[in-house]
Design a protein around this ligand. Sequence first.
Ligand SMILES: NC(=O)c1ccc[n+]([C@@H]2O[C@H](COP(=O)([O-])OP(=O)(O)OC[C@H]3O[C@@H](n4cnc5c(N)ncnc54)[C@H](OP(=O)(O)O)[C@@H]3O)[C@@H](O)[C@H]2O)c1
Length: 346
Amino acid sequence: MNRVWRLARRPPAGWPTDGDFVLGDEAIPEAAADQVLTRTIYLSLDPYQWGRRRSGVEAVGDVCHGRTVSQVVQSRADDFQPGDYLFNTNGWQLYGLTGRDVDVFGYMFPRKLDPAIAPISTAVGILGMLGLTAYSGVAVQCQPQPGETVVVSAASGGVGQAAGQIAKLHGCRVVGIAGTSAKCDFVVEELGLDACVSHRSSSYRDDLRDACPDGIDIYFENVGGHVFEGVLPLLNRNARISLCGMISQYGNTDGRDTGTVWAETGRPVFDRQNVAVHRLFVRNFVASHQDRFLGEMAGWIRDGRIKYREDIREGLDQAPAAFSAMLAGGNFGKTLVRVSDDPTFG
Ligand SMILES: NC(=O)c1ccc[n+]([C@@H]2O[C@H](COP(=O)([O-])OP(=O)(O)OC[C@H]3O[C@@H](n4cnc5c(N)ncnc54)[C@H](OP(=O)(O)O)[C@@H]3O)[C@@H](O)[C@H]2O)c1
């Protein structure tokens, strides 16, 4: 049988709760012409999935969307054989059908994975959309120069850990912001950033100022809210800001849009005056330069110049709990669910 999580209702405002999802046993589907049937090995849990559910892009009764790493069980597509490992989008289920399509980021899928190049789980993490997002925001958009000060929020998370290390490779002084001292220790000792401060500390703003004695030239924004408010007064003139995400706001219950940086006072942190006074260069960005990224990132991982940490939860049943934990900062590294055995592991 297939095991499937479906969206049980249009989620009310706020953060996910158990009642939003329903788990069921269903028949395993059959591949049609040009399709493959695959068994999900790793399911990626990402903040954007909550936006899809809240906004109605994912309809009630749909299989919950998610990118996956899978193995082909049955193929009716010429270029895929049973046993192949694929990047695809099975969603929150054990078995899924895949035809040729294009991901919102322009990734072709299904895409074959070679376990000899990198662990297959990285296709939904550091060597997938997360790594590409960090690469696009830091290397392509902000073009960091040696000696500049770069600050990255959610620095131990999926995108953040890649963004901070890419800035280090450009010769910058890089300061992370994270939620706990264990995460901060990891960011400095394992990832090699120059400093890391906890946004949960009562001295957060002072700690950040002390860690950035020359101000901030580039800010890679993952969080928004009070984390951003600590950064704003330290930005140098002509600073560049990559607006990657604002996860602290994805559960807004008062109708405030989740894509604006809001202060705790309820006022937008960014307004025209702010941007003009600081001469800030603020951009959302589109992930780009995939081929260049894949080549460079695979090499950096192989040479040990980029490290990554995954937070792997066991079993499809855990998906909603792991999803909620990740949105609240309970993850430590890129959040994945191991849905079934990974034959390439160990
Ligand atoms: N633009 C794009 O194309 C794109 C693509 C992928 C992801 N994103 C965005 O990138 C950001 C990170 O995503 P990810 O998948 O890498 O997740 P992640 O960083 O692995 O996990 C989320 C982290 O956000 C932090 N966080 C959660 N709530 C917070 C709060 N209220 N205040 C402060 N920090 C909070 C937590 O870290 P701490 O415990 O350290 O605070 C948590 O571990 C998200 O905003 C996401 O939407 C954007």
